[in-house]
Write a protein that binds this ligand. Structure first.
Ligand SMILES: Nc1ncnc2c1ncn2[C@@H]1O[C@H](COP(=O)(O)OP(=O)(O)OP(=O)(O)O)[C@@H](O)[C@H]1O
Length: 242
């Protein structure tokens, strides 16, 4: 993996001529996890798509830059909210899809290791239709981790998982993505407090930094500061939604 760059997105976004968010200043520190929270429909997934250079429905005015000045395109892997598994491929073929599309030789040993780590060894040759929603999400996570990119954009990657599996997958992602510049969109205050070097809240007025516990992530779920932090964040989000 090459060095992970910092990424900055600053600007405003209009949808059907109506501002969705204004004066956003989102700075992702190089090699760190930034967690982005905000009300549904506020534009979090749109921000991921803007960073990736993908098509969006509205108009963005502003700048999106990497700290090293090089293009972001080609250096980022992305896990969308929908798993985007190809139904005619097996789980293993889906996990190595990136290499296949690029015409590279897939590292099947690494793929099998990741499939094991997400707990899907027995389903390696199964088609996506034979997997539950949570299993499909873990397959998509394995495919994203397989890409080994310096920038990783994750859109609610653990949302379909039971609590125990979710904690395991958070641990796995934190381990495999150490040193990457990660942007994690999540609705879960506990997840943000465990994983984030930084927590940023997106509102119609822009972005707000939220304090994180003193210790370095990934933090224990029963760390008192994590427990306090997630309660305070939940209270804030509920207040903001009222
Ligand atoms: N393809 C599209 N065509 C038209 N409008 C869209 C499209 N995709 C998103 N939008 C609109 O853009 C706005 C922001 O959507 P986005 O998915 O970025 O929100 P979000 O904050 O990620 O929401 P959630 O938390 O529910 O996933 C919403 O009002 C949504 O209806």
């Amino acid at each position: 993996m090459t060095n992970a760059p910092a990424i900055t997105l600053s600007g405003s976004y209009r949808l059907d001529q109506i501002p969705l968010f204004s004066d956003v200043n989102l700075h992702l520190q190089a090699g760190e996890w930034t967690c982005l929270l905000g009300k549904s429909g506020m534009g979090k997934s749109t921000i991921l798509r803007l960073i990736l250079g993908l098509e969006v429905a509205g108009a963005f005015t502003g700048d999106i830059t990497a700290g090293d000045g090089a293009p972001i395109d080609g250096r980022a892997s992305y896990m969308a909210q929908t798993d985007l598994l190809l139904p005619w491929l097996t789980l293993r073929e889906n996990v190595v899809l990136g290499a296949r599309l690029r015409g590279d030789t897939a590292d099947l040993g690494r793929a099998d290791q990741l499939i094991d780590r997400v707990g899907l060894r027995d389903y390696r040759d199964a088609k996506p239709a034979a997997l539950s929603g949570g299993m499909r999400q873990r397959a998509a996570l394995a495919r994203c981790l397989m890409e080994d990119r310096p920038v990783v954009l994750l859109d609610e990657p653990f949302s379909a998982l039971d609590a125990g599996t979710r904690a395991d997958m958070q641990d796995l992602a934190a381990e495999v993505l150490a040193g990457r510049t990660v942007l994690l969109v999540t609705h879960d205050p506990a997840e943000a407090c465990r994983l984030g070097h930084r927590i940023i809240l997106l509102t119609a007025e822009g972005t707000q930094n939220w304090p994180v516990p003193d210790s370095a992530p990934i933090r224990r779920a029963d760390d008192p500061q994590v427990l306090q932090g997630q309660a305070a964040l939940l209270a804030h989000l509920r207040g903001a939604a009222a």
